[in-house]
Design a protein around this ligand. Structure first.
Ligand code: PLP
Length: 458
């Protein structure tokens, strides 16, 4: 008979147990992430230079490698209370289905209208923009999760929100576009003819359906050329990982409440924000005390930044208007194959996670999209939640690890991030069900072509 305490299906923190400060993992890193560089001078970006692009307080957070805890302002904590704490769910039904001795937990971030973890940072960024007295913010969005989250946050603080949406998504995913407009945002397909960089890209690539890197360039141009506006970004940046640390802090607190020690922590990685947030307190403990957490980043085989990219300074956007970041990258011109439906399509990776990976503190693995949708479906059928394709990358690897435990008989505790729901991704599910989904894995030659265009810096 088991002597362990009965673990509830869902572990919720009490309101007074919710984090009051974000955890800045950089403060505990021995090798700090490489600084952003000015693309003109190749010198580290100073706060004054970044201030034209980002809100002042966010610039401070971006450059702060030393302050371990940064207080979450009360206004943001109040907003968090509307949809947080998010549940840490014991996947009893999945364990049963897999017949594994492993214990599987997932932290579910899909319980808000935007349907993903992105709201955690959107509300923080909108708050600081408002506090600075700005009129509005600009941003890019691909599939639309970030744009949706930001629209919600901006309407809450009564800020103008201008979203450049990758043209192919704008045309093929009208539903998210309408959610954004419901919250008052203006949505422009990118590349547009409203910006210099958009005109340039349209002239160079007639008929292009756009990319994230290109939409970023447009959003930055509008922010820097319109008084009272700044640009905000939903992933990759240090500040975004900082805000997303609420995911990890809540997860760790919920596990600690029941005396559970995680063995493996798994998250999907696009630009690295949910993963960086989820792992933050675990990684911090691993660095400080040597606790043996296995931390695994999961990326699509069609966009393999960690596993097949290079660790180098690169542009964050196609128009090359943003600072250079040192990161695992496939090259800023890289765009995943058109059949790629599963998100996580950014060419680079958070510089914080890149440094941790370079230091051997975490692992990375790739999965093919058909396997991802198989895992998504398997999960939906037993656990009920219809997962986002992005999140399903983590599901796939959690299942694989649980099946390994079945072979070895080990009772490992696996924790993974279930970043969102997939209701707006049903076209991708449809392709999967109709056997129209294929797995495209770029060849070494293709990747070398994009790599050759990396800026030459060291
Ligand atoms: C944006 C998004 C991701 C990937 O972004 P990260 O910054 O790597 O976390 C993952 N899952 C969902 C549901 C998303 O919306």
């Amino acid at each position: 008979m088991s002597t362990t305490k009965e673990i509830p299906y869902k572990i919720y923190l009490e309101e007074n147990e919710m984090p009051k400060a974000w955890y800045n993992l950089r403060a505990d890193m021995i090798n700090k992430p490489a600084p952003l560089l000015n693309p003109g001078t190749l010198q580290p970006m100073k706060a004054e230079e970044l201030a034209g692009v980002f809100c002042d307080e966010l610039v401070k957070q971006e450059l702060d490698n030393d302050t371990r805890f940064i207080e979450i302002p009360e206004e943001i904590r109040n907003f968090y209370k509307m949809y947080r704490p998010s549940p840490l769910v014991r996947a009893y039904c999945l364990e049963e289905k897999l017949q594994t001795p492993a214990k599987i937990y997932y932290k579910f971030e899909g319980n808000n209208t935007s349907g993903s973890h992105k709201l955690n940072s959107a509300i923080a960024q909108a708050y600081y923009a408002k506090k600075q007295g700005l009129k509005g913010v600009t941003t890019e969005t691909g599939a639309g999760q970030w744009g949706t989250a930001l629209s919600m946050a901006c309407s809450y603080f009564d800020l103008d929100c201008k979203v450049f949406m990758v043209k192919v998504s704008y045309e093929q995913k009208p539903f998210r576009r309408e959610v954004m407009r419901t919250y008052g945002a203006s949505v422009t397909p990118s590349p547009s003819m409203e910006t210099e960089v958009g005109k340039r890209i349209n002239a160079a690539h007639p008929g292009t359906t756009g990319s994230l890197g290109c939409a970023i360039s447009e959003a930055v141009e509008v922010a820097t050329s319109t008084p009272g506006y700044r640009y905000v970004l939903g992933s990759v940046l240090n500040q975004v990982l900082l805000h997303q640390s609420v995911i990890g802090l809540e997860t760790k607190a919920a596990l600690d409440k029941y005396g559970i020690k995680a063995d493996i922590v798994i998250g999907c990685a696009g630009g690295g924000s949910n993963l960086g947030g989820l792992i933050a307190p675990f990684m911090g403990e691993k660095i400080q005390k040597g606790t043996d957490y296995r931390i695994i980043a999961v990326e699509p085989a069609s966009c393999p930044s960690f596993t097949r990219g290079v660790y180098a300074y690169d542009f964050c956007d196609t128009g090359m208007v943003c600072p250079l970041a040192k990161m695992y990258t496939l090259g800023s011109d890289f765009i995943p194959a058109p059949n790629h439906a599963g998100g996580l399509r950014y060419h680079g990776m958070s510089s914080t996670l890149s440094q941790l990976y370079a230091d051997g503190l975490m692992e990375a693995t790739t999965v093919k999209q058909t396997e991802v949708f198989e895992a998504a479906e398997q999960f939906a059928r037993v656990e009920g939640i219809l997962p986002a394709p992005e999140s399903s990358h983590a599901i796939k690897v959690a299942i694989d690890e649980a099946l390994k435990c079945k072979e070895t008989g080990e009772e490992k505790t696996i924790v993974f991030g279930l970043t969102g729901t997939g209701y707006f991704d049903l076209v991708a599910y449809q392709k999967f069900h109709d056997n129209e989904m294929s797995d495209y894995i770029p060849t070494d030659e293709e990747l070398a072509k994009f790599r050759a265009n990396l800026p030459k810096i060291d």
